[in-house]
Design a protein around this ligand. Structure first.
Ligand code: PLP
Length: 441
């Protein structure tokens, strides 16, 4: 489709194609009941995923002693970052209410949001094999025994493969190696060297591609499909990944309650989640809208050169369009978000659930990163920092249209803003230093 035709579908595409920063409100957004009408996934699916993670907790604890403190449940803190709020407001922001950072950057094992979906999908696959092979007698068996030599011997006959820009590969690779599988990670050109090195040190086979993420996924899928003992984690279409991410919403609700925060008509929850192919932010958004209904407003944030989900949703073409089709490069310092073509599955589910999107220029990511470290002593990786552009844009003149339309004017002073920090813990010290001294503008 010609650019001019795309712009007729949604005028925002004109600025998107020029790599300008935009805020985009999803015209397909619907109220709670209407929003879920065409969606077959439900709360029961999230409950099922949560229960599976609980069954595996003794196993996780045995493989990863670092998770013992939390009983084998992989969860991240929710931290109020008032000093960042003040710093951002000092730099032109108008963020009212409270700013709470969801720190998936600190998640155990994988150090990123991928520890949710990626690890969940590997566990689900493992449970299926274990039940089929009689390694488990049923759901009430003791899953810790799966870490024993006999079970590992069985798992070692199987292969797991995945395509990744880095963090998904880390999560799938580390978890699969822990279970005992052979693992092959197909890494796109954007993947950082230290992520490949770390995986290789764990015995994971890393195949490198000079092309982008979509190509690495395609090759990985082909190679896996040709091997009957191989399982492919399909980031573009996986319902399991999506549900693993969605569990985050239930956990967040409990954390808010622990902090004495109740989300209701007068206290909206506004989440801002960095988006790559869409699985992680999509799953979380789905869970938040299910749990908080119309009191949850979820925005995705993407780099100006790789706004694939925004382009797919605004054009209505979903995965039938990529950022290169409108002349963008897909290249960005936000390696976790360097995706040119969105998940069609997620785009479809988000159609009625997502409030909108913001895009952000790369140079700001480093500025946000320094601001967070300076004021709160918290390090997160550049991709994660895209989240802060969310409240900056929504709480500016650019956001007024949305706030007015949803009758939020007098509620913004009560709002709970949640930028979702999606990665960081595993970034090596020397790379952190490099990031800290990166100034693009
Ligand atoms: C993968 C990733 C995301 C986005 O997840 P998608 O499922 O690709 O949309 C965001 N931030 C970081 C750091 C990531 O690694």
């Amino acid at each position: 489709m010609q650019l001019s035709e795309l712009i007729k579908k949604d005028p925002a595409i004109e600025r998107v194609a020029k790599a300008e920063e935009v805020i985009w409100f999803n015209p397909g957004l619907r109220c709670r009941d209407a929003a879920f009408e065409g969606i077959s996934l439900t709360m029961a699916d999230i409950d099922d995923a949560e229960a599976r993670l609980r069954r595996f907790a003794p196993f996780i604890m045995r493989c990863f002693p670092e998770t013992a403190g939390n009983g084998g449940i992989i969860e991240s803190p929710l931290t109020e970052v008032e000093h960042v709020r003040q710093r951002l407001n000092g730099h032109g922001g108008g963020i009212g209410g409270r700013l709470l950072l969801k720190r998936d950057s600190d998640l155990a094992i994988a150090g990123s949001v991928k520890a949710r979906g990626g690890i969940y999908e590997i566990l689900k696959h493992t449970e299926e094999i274990a039940l089929e092979k009689g390694l488990l007698s049923g759901y009430d068996d003791d899953y810790a025994k799966l870490a024993g030599d006999e079970c590992r011997g069985v798992f070692s006959q199987y292969t797991v493969q995945v395509g990744s820009t880095g963090n998904l590969g880390l999560s799938i690779g580390i978890m699969s190696a822990a279970v005992g599988y052979k693992v092959i990670v197909h890494m796109s050109a954007d993947a950082k060297q230290w992520k490949k090195d770390l995986l290789r040190s764990k015995g994971v086979k890393v195949v490198e591609y000079k092309s982008d993420y979509s190509e690495a996924v395609k090759r990985g899928r082909e190679l896996s499909d040709a091997d009957p003992m191989s399982y492919f984690v399909d980031d573009e279409n996986s319902v399991a990944l999506f549900l693993g991410y969605a569990v985050a919403a239930k956990r967040l609700k409990a954390q808010l309650e622990d902090m004495g925060i109740e989300i209701d008509e007068n206290r909206p929850l506004i989440a801002y989640i960095p988006c790559g192919v869409g699985g992680a932010p999509g799953g979380i958004a789905f869970g938040l809208r299910l749990l908080f209904g119309d009191n949850a407003h979820v925005f995705f944030v993407e780099p100006t050169q790789a706004p694939c989900m925004l382009l797919g949703m605004a054009s209505g073409l979903n995965n039938k369009i990529c950022v290169q089709d409108v002349g963008l490069t897909g290249l960005t310092h936000a390696d976790g978000l360097a995706v040119g073509r969105p998940s069609g599955f997620v785009g479809g589910v988000m159609k009625t659930l997502l409030a909108g999107e913001m895009t952000v220029e790369d140079y700001k990511l480093y500025d946000y990163m320094r601001a967070l470290l300076d004021t709160e002593g918290i390090f997160i990786e550049p991709s994660s920092c895209a989240a802060f552009e969310g409240p900056m844009k929504l709480c500016s003149r650019e956001g007024e249209e949305y706030i007015g339309r949803h009758g939020l004017e007098d509620k913004m002073q009560n709002a709970i803003h949640i930028p979702w920090a999606t990665g960081g813990r595993l970034v090596p010290e020397e790379i952190r230093k490099e990031y800290m001294s990166t100034y693009l503008k």
